[in-house]
Structure formats: structure tokens, C-alpha cells
Design a protein around this ligand. Structure first.
Ligand code: FES
Length: 312
């Protein structure tokens, strides 16, 4: 564990002997940590920040969330060097398009973590990159030494912005987007107001060049109820009442898939849809994945049809 900035620690996870390697990951991937707290196990997703060529370790950066529901405060207060943790295999909902001629990264606060691994990958590919990194103050911005040396070694560019320092202001996303190098792909991860401004600023760009990752829900979960869910493998049928999500009802009968954020941002609870039309509320699936109607996040999404059949 390492202190990185005010409120941010990084963790380095290594496999327990005799293993020496962890599953390979791609830039932008995340893993789930299974945190054993006195109130039971919490599962929380965090981006991997190290170079994807490193499979002897995973590195994560964890911000102590002021509104922590127990995950980040457990890491900051209880977790100690040498502790053993169970983790999931890496998954990636925020992949780097490796064909881009230039990558532009926009990070707010702890949203820097997936960008670090993407920058390492850009360097390995020889793709020029620019990072706009906004934090409240310099003391809140982690990983600056690494960023400076990465930028210095291969001609990447880092633009820092501290919005709560005297004279500070929010990043001007419209200006950044207007000045994008030709054909550049742009990536953003940060707090919701930043992502909303980013979506607005990039509305005129081709969708395949615009990438973003939310780490908190934007929409309320679907809790209107009034539909049925058939579980194809266990041959059970549930009526989803108002006030509950599909996941709530699955937990009640011990038929739940693995889950973590319960907000539609981590992708852990993804389930195959065999019939019916989901009402997607997650931030994981792309528009085309949503339209395919073949999978859904049961923690937050509901149904547009009277009946859903799930592969559970
Ligand atoms: S639990 Fe994270 S998307 Fe459903």
C-alpha cells in the first residue's frame, strides 16, 4: 500500500505462491475486490492502473469516498500490507482503441486510474497521447511523478488543472474537443458533472472516437416492477413488484449472479437475456449492445416487456 495523494492510496496485489502470474488484462480493465468487513463481504470494482505487460502484479488506486458505503473506507482504515484478498478476473468495459492515431485522455480525480494503464499501453504502441488531468488541488492529484516521467520519455503531454486552487476553474472540455488532433480518440473518466459536460462537448464527434467510464450511477434503477422474470436454468418464475430491482428479488431466493456496485457501472451482474426486452439503466452497455437485447445488468435494469427470460 502506498500513499499517493490526499485521500488516495494505491494497492499492489501479487499472487500467492506458488503462483507467479495473474491473468493478463488490457488497458482500461478493472477487477473486483472481495473485502471481508465485519458486516459481511463487500465487492467493489477498481480500475487496474499498471502497464498491461505486467502480469506479476495488479495495481489499483483507491479514493476514500466521502459517501463510502463501506468499500473505500475499509481499504483505507482496515486493509494492511500482507493481507490476503480474493479478487475477480479482470474485465474491460473501457477498452483502448489501438488503431487511433492519437489518444486524448481526460481524467477527473480518481478517474485518472484507468488512464494510467492506457497511457502505458499508448507508449508501448508508440501512439502519441495527451492527458488533461483535473483534481481539486495539487495535493489531491496522485501519480504525478510517474506521469511526468512518462510524458518526458516519449513525448506525451500532461496538462494539469487544479480547480479549487486560487484562480482555478473547471477544465474547458469544449475547447479541448475543438482542438483534438485529426482522428484522435478521446477518453474520459471522472465525476458525473464532468462526464455530462464531456458528453455534451463530444456530441458532434463520431461515436466510435468517444469513450467514457462512469463510476457512479447516472440514472435511477428500474423499480417500477409489474413484470415477470423466468429463470431458464432453475425453472423458477419471479414476479417483480414495485420498489424492487430484479437483483433484489433474485437475492431473496438465493439465485443472484455475482454483483458489486448495484448501480449499473461495474458490469459484474451481467446476465444473458433469452427472451423479452430489458429496460436498460446501466452505464456499461453501448447503444448497439443495448439494442441487441441479449444481455442486461440485473442490479438496475428492468423490463419493457411483460416477461423476461434470463439465463439463470
Ligand atoms: S452490480 Fe455493478 S453493474 Fe450490476
Amino acid at each position: 500500500m502506498r500513499y499517493e495523494a490526499q485521500g488516495i492510496v494505491s494497492l499492489e496485489l501479487v499472487p500467492l505462491p506458488p503462483a507467479t502470474r495473474l491473468p493478463a488484462f488490457s488497458a482500461g480493465a478493472h477487477i473486483d475486490l472481495h473485502l471481508p468487513t465485519p458486516k459481511g463481504e463487500l465487492i467493489r470494482s477498481y480500475s487496474l492502473l499498471n502497464d498491461p505487460r505486467e502480469t506479476q502484479r495488479y495495481r489499483l488506486g483507491i479514493n476514500r469516498d466521502a459517501k463510502s458505503r463501506g468499500g473505500s473506507s475499509h481499504v483505507h482504515e482496515q486493509l494492511r500490507v500482507g493481507d490476503k484478498l480474493a479478487i475477480s478476473a479482470p474485465r474491460n468495459h473501457f477498452p483502448l482503441d489501438e488503431s487511433a492515431p492519437h489518444n486524448v485522455f481526460i481524467a477527473g480525480g480518481i478517474g485518472i486510474t484507468p488512464m494510467l494503464s492506457m497511457i502505458a499501453r499508448s507508449q508501448a504502441l508508440g501512439t502519441p497521447w495527451t492527458l488533461y488531468y483535473s483534481a481539486r488541488t495539487r495535493a489531491h492529484a496522485g501519480f504525478l511523478d510517474w506521469l511526468e516521467s512518462a510524458a518526458g520519455s516519449q513525448g506525451g503531454r500532461v496538462v494539469l488543472n487544479f480547480d479549487q486552487e486560487p484562480g482555478g476553474r473547471m477544465l474547458d472540455l469544449a475547447a479541448i474537443v475543438a482542438a483534438l488532433p485529426t482522428g484522435a480518440h478521446v477518453y474520459c473518466c471522472g465525476p458525473i458533472p464532468m462526464l455530462e459536460a464531456y458528453e455534451k462537448a463530444t456530441a458532434g464527434l463520431p461515436a466510435e472516437r468517444v469513450h467514457m467510464e462512469y463510476f457512479a450511477a447516472k440514472e435511477a434503477p428500474a423499480t417500477d416492477g409489474g413484470f415477470s422474470v423466468e429463470l431458464a436454468r432453475s425453472h423458477k418464475t419471479l414476479q417483480i413488484p414495485a420498489g424492487k430491482t430484479i437483483l433484489d428479488c433474485l437475492i431473496e431466493i438465493n439465485a443472484e449472479p455475482p454483483y458489486s456496485c448495484r448501480e449499473g457501472v461495474c458490469g459484474t451482474c451481467e446476465v444473458k437475456v433469452l427472451e423479452g426486452q430489458p429496460d436498460h439503466r446501466d452505464l456499461v452497455l453501448s447503444d448497439s449492445e443495448r439494442a441487441a437485447n441479449d444481455r442486461m445488468m440485473v442490479c438496475c435494469s428492468g423490463a419493457r416487456s411483460a416477461r423476461l427470460v434470463l439465463d439463470l
